[in-house]
Write a new protein. Structure first.
Length: 149
């Protein structure tokens, strides 16, 4: 059942990410959307992180299930960084809109690292998961340092 849920979430993420920007009635809807997508990603990523850091027992299947969701979610929020979404209840820095190429590159780097983490969890090797988790954390931190208040 978890595998089916993971596949449905991944398919929805891929299918709706390109359509998302056209579906926001108001800028605040886009802000809410991206915050929720990033929250879901963070929750599943943190579960893998708890195992990688030893705060939770390592379970390869649970790690892989959570990493699969965390891998699908980063495709969603970027469409919601459109015009007018720089105000309101957001921690997004103005640099997102002033340095769009750099922001896009940071997003793509994080997505790539998240994919490597998902692949590492499928090996069942905790050392591989730890290394991939650290690389992913570094890409998240770099983006937060440059683009999040």
């Amino acid at each position: 059942m978890k595998t089916i849920t993971t596949l449905v979430v991944a398919a929805a993420a891929l299918g709706f990410s390109s359509l998302a920007s056209a579906q926001f009635a108001k800028p605040e809807d886009a802000v809410k959307y991206r915050k929720n997508a990033l929250f879901v990603m963070q929750q599943h990523y943190a579960r893998v992180g708890a195992m990688a850091s030893g705060r939770a027992p390592f379970d390869a299947k649970v790690a892989a299930d959570n990493a699969a969701i965390a891998e699908a979610m980063p495709r969603l929020p970027w469409a919601a960084f459109g015009e007018g979404t720089d105000k309101g209840d957001t921690k997004a820095r103005p640099e997102i809109w002033m340095e769009q190429a750099k922001f896009k590159a940071a997003a793509e780097k994080m997505q790539g690292e998240m994919s490597k983490l998902a692949a590492a969890t499928k090996t069942g090797n905790l050392d591989s998961v730890k290394a991939a988790f650290q690389a992913t954390a570094a890409s998240c931190k770099a983006c937060h340092d440059d683009f999040r208040q």
